[in-house]
Design a protein around this ligand. Structure first.
Ligand code: ARG
Length: 463
């Protein structure tokens, strides 16, 4: 079968060219967007009297039946057709005859692919956004119920100060909220119609890009055709947004892996989301969070790959750009399944409160509170208070106790100025609840943060 562009060629294409050049095997993912774009284009051509109304109707009817064919798996994909745009156009001509040849008036594959891929990116961003919101809801539900459960807050992966588990999860909720906002901003920034730019320079036909823009749900047409046909910033935007979101997922996964180890035992991952070992019968491995962490690497690779494809391209369209799609499809699929399974893992996670609270008794988590007590109640300068507390920690270590377990006599052995009140400051629960500044870990303040996110969720436009 002859190529649709075969006019100036004397010889047919080599089969190796077909294999190397074709994008059909992956860009068939764009068939819905391609057909929606073509239907809008056919309507516009008729409205502007570039083709007849009856011709437009014929074309649209043909396009709709092609969509059904592809939906039902009846469409025959042949890489000799090169890409999804040509495959659909060829089938259209088969179905509706000569009139099908009019569809490609006043457009090029360059603006066509820019449209399809942009629509795909915008739709995918909206879907990922919804999934992120669902994950935030799940985390918020767990956080709200665990604002009194103490865990050791860490820096350098060393015990630092007591915090509550809800507060810890609220850190991830904050990250995912930014991910939602990153998607919102990329949707707004890229919500401009590429179609009608034709090959690179616009078209001599009287086409109506404003009509197309409304028809396809964009804010307005893009400004400059030369930029539009070669712009892939929208694809980079989604790759970056997915990379950052996956980085957040990966950090949470890392914690789940640590927390479910024998060293921590803070959480138990439901059996449904863990696997066994082929040799060690006792093992229960946290494969799901490990894969979430591992897949993040792939997603970063897709971002770097497209940045590299784009960096040396002269204006306007170059075939290199065809390499833009697989990475984006892969990243979109990866984050979608990741968010789906993460939500389930979190919703079924068992939280081992006793182990969390027991772990707080290791590492002298209330040491800062003793120093603060010495400053506030004994008028000792902070640097000196820090030194005295350091001595108290060394004393407790010698006695194989946590600082919070020393009695008054023992504390006074370290410094006689220490009074009974210090015992209150050293209590872990008091240490946590003392941190009630805005954004702090006190239970009351953590609950206020939960309320903040609940209100934010209520005010969101979903969908
Ligand atoms: N399959 C091509 C791509 O993905 C479509 C655009 C082809 N344009 C061209 N002038 N060869 O980029």
């Amino acid at each position: 079968m002859q190529k649709l562009w075969a006019g100036r060629f004397q010889e047919g294409a080599s089969s190796l060219l077909d294999e190397f050049n074709a994008s059909l095997l992956f860009d068939r993912e764009l068939y819905k967007e391609d057909i929606a774009g073509s239907i809008a284009h056919a309507k516009m051509l008729a409205k502007q009297e570039i083709i007849k109304e009856s011709e437009s109707k014929e074309i649209i009817r043909g396009l709709e039946s092609i969509k059904t064919e592809i939906d039902c798996g009846e469409f025959i994909f042949d890489i000799a057709d090169e890409d999804i745009h040509m495959a659909i156009e060829k089938r259209l001509i088969e179905l509706v005859g000569e009139v099908g040849k009019k569809l490609h008036t006043a457009r090029s594959r360059n603006d066509q692919v820019a449209l399809d891929f942009r629509l795909y990116t915008l739709n995918s961003s909206k879907e990922i956004r919804v999934q992120l919101i669902e994950n935030i809801k799940t985390l918020l539900e767990i956080a709200s119920k665990n604002c009194e459960v103490m865990i050791p807050g860490m820096t350098h992966l060393q015990h630092a100060q007591p915090i509550n588990f809800g507060f810890h999860l609220l850190a991830y909720i904050s990250m995912f909220k930014r991910d939602v906002e990153r998607l919102d901003s990329l949707i707004e920034r890229n919500n401009y119609l590429p179609l009608g730019c034709a090959a690179l320079a616009g078209t001599p036909y009287n086409s109506d890009r404003d009509f197309l823009s409304k028809e396809l749900g964009f804010k307005e047409p893009t400004i400059n055709c030369l930029d539009t046909v070669s712009d892939r910033d929208f694809a980079l935007d989604i790759l970056f947004a997915i990379s950052v979101a996956m980085m957040h997922i990966s950090r949470l996964s890392e914690e789940l892996i640590l927390w479910s180890s024998y060293e921590f035992r803070f959480v138990t991952i439901d059996d449904k989301y863990a696997t066994g070992s082929s040799i060690m019968p006792q093992k229960k491995n946290p494969d799901v969070p490990e894969l979430l962490r591992g897949k993040t690497g792939r997603v970063y690779g897709n971002l770097i790959s497209l940045l590299t494809v784009m960096k040396g391209l002269p204006l306007a369209y170059n075939k290199d750009t065809q390499e833009d799609k697989e990475g984006v499809f892969d990243s979109v699929k990866t984050i979608k399944i990741s968010l789906k399974i993460l939500k389930e893992v979190m919703a079924t996670l068992r939280i081992n409160k006793e182990n969390m609270e027991r772990a707080c008794k290791i590492g002298h988590l209330s040491a800062t509170d003793l120093a603060d007590y010495l400053v506030q109640k004994c008028s000792i300068p902070f640097r000196e208070a820090h030194f005295i507390t350091g001595k108290a920690v060394a004393y407790a270590e010698k006695k194989e106790k946590d600082l919070s377990e020393l009695d008054l006599e023992e504390l006074q052995e370290v410094d006689s100025r220490i009074k009974k009140e210090a015992l209150e400051s050293l209590k872990l629960i008091n240490s946590m609840n003392a941190r009630d500044s805005k954004g702090g870990t006190a239970t009351k303040e953590t609950l206020r943060q939960c309320e903040y996110f609940k209100r934010w969720l209520e005010g969101l436009e979903v969908g």
